[in-house]
Design a protein around this ligand. Structure first.
Ligand SMILES: Nc1ncnc2c1ncn2[C@@H]1O[C@H](COP(=O)(O)OP(=O)(O)OP(=O)(O)O)[C@@H](O)[C@H]1O
Length: 304
């Protein structure tokens, strides 16, 4: 359903806000007025991703830590989940990466910037005692913080929550439930590929026709027609008669010519499928392939 990314200075109150949001979302989901899908709220944070505060001491430690958090986030995203990511999320490239994962999962996004002045964060950090950052790491994280911006698509919609104000719960709820869904990246919108056995039907049917045609010609060298065997052609009882291929007059067909024409026809069918052609539905039957192949060959031989 949605990805909610929390971002902020170290010890700025990100977990405090994340927990408040989780509680609010769960209350809404359980309320009598709620008539949406059955949603679960998942909180993904540094602790469950096995990312201790010391991971931020060096970039060598931070890289795998971010990867671990990212893989937990990706796994959590889904149509029935509100995923809240409670971590520093201070690098805009990293927020972009999560935004892309959300687009691929076709879920809505929202960014929460938890704002507290550095001195306040420091004061809370000293009071907290446990789960501490090294002083240099704490300062570094503040210095390197890349503030979210509502001007960039991966941070928007952006909700800024000052330390001494209540979060705009209702607005955030509406954004993740009713806001625009960002379209998945182009690379994810693959063209409809024919189902695997459709390609198999195509190549198997054309191969059967080519093989039996060449056998037919070698046993009846003067023949001018070839009745397509059934299957793949419709059986005579179902239609007006067998499907007949009219052969080019005055010349002998060879295996290499037929193999080339077979490949050519298969290419046309697959291109047609991609651009909404004969089998845009993605379902070729043996009959359709056989009828199409006969028409293709006859038209070609007529014009050459
Ligand atoms: N708005 C607030 N008002 C007063 N105290 C707060 C506020 N937000 C957080 N604190 C205090 O600051 C401390 C750190 O809060 P919290 O764990 O939510 O921060 P954090 O940003 O998640 O920290 P970290 O960077 O370590 O993950 C807590 O002890 C909490 O009580």
């Amino acid at each position: 359903m949605a990805l909610v990314t929390i971002s902020g200075f170290p010890c700025s109150g990100k977990t405090t806000r994340a927990k408040q949001l989780k509680e609010y979302f769960e209350d809404r989901i359980q309320s009598a007025e709620y008539d949406g899908p059955n949603l679960t709220v998942e909180l993904i944070d540094d602790d469950i991703s096995h990312v201790p505060r010391s991971s931020y001491d060096t970039s060598a430690l931070e890289k795998p830590a971010r990867a671990s958090l990212f893989s937990n986030v990706s796994r959590s995203l889904g149509p029935d989940t509100i995923t809240i990511v409670d971590s520093a999320n201070y690098i805009k490239g990293y927020r972009y990466q999560m935004y892309c994962a959300a687009r691929e999962a076709r879920v809505r996004v929202a960014t929460i910037h938890v704002v507290a002045p550095p001195d306040k964060c420091r004061e809370w950090h000293e009071k907290r005692g446990e789960c501490s950052y090294k002083p240099a790491t704490f300062d570094n994280l503040i210095m390197r913080f890349e503030e979210p911006s509502s001007m960039v698509r991966w941070d928007s919609p952006l909700f800024t929550i000052p330390w001494d104000e209540q979060p705009p719960f209702e607005d955030i709820w509406n954004a993740i439930l009713k806001g625009d869904k960002k379209p998945p990246p182009a690379a994810v919108l693959q063209r409809n590929k024919p189902p695997p056995n459709t390609l198999q039907t195509l190549t198997k049917t054309t191969q059967l026709i080519v093989t039996s045609l060449l056998a037919h010609i070698s046993s009846l060298p003067d023949t001018t027609t070839f009745p397509i065997p059934s299957p793949p052609a419709p059986s005579p009882s179902k239609s007006s008669g067998p499907l007949i291929l009219h052969l080019p007059p005055g010349r002998k067909l060879t295996l290499s010519e037929m193999q080339r024409l077979k490949r050519q026809y298969e290419g046309v069918m697959q291109k047609g499928q991609q651009s909404g052609g004969i089998a845009a539905s993605g379902n070729w039957t043996e009959e359709e392939v056989a009828t199409g192949f006969v028409r293709f060959l006859e038209q070609l031989w007529e014009t050459n």
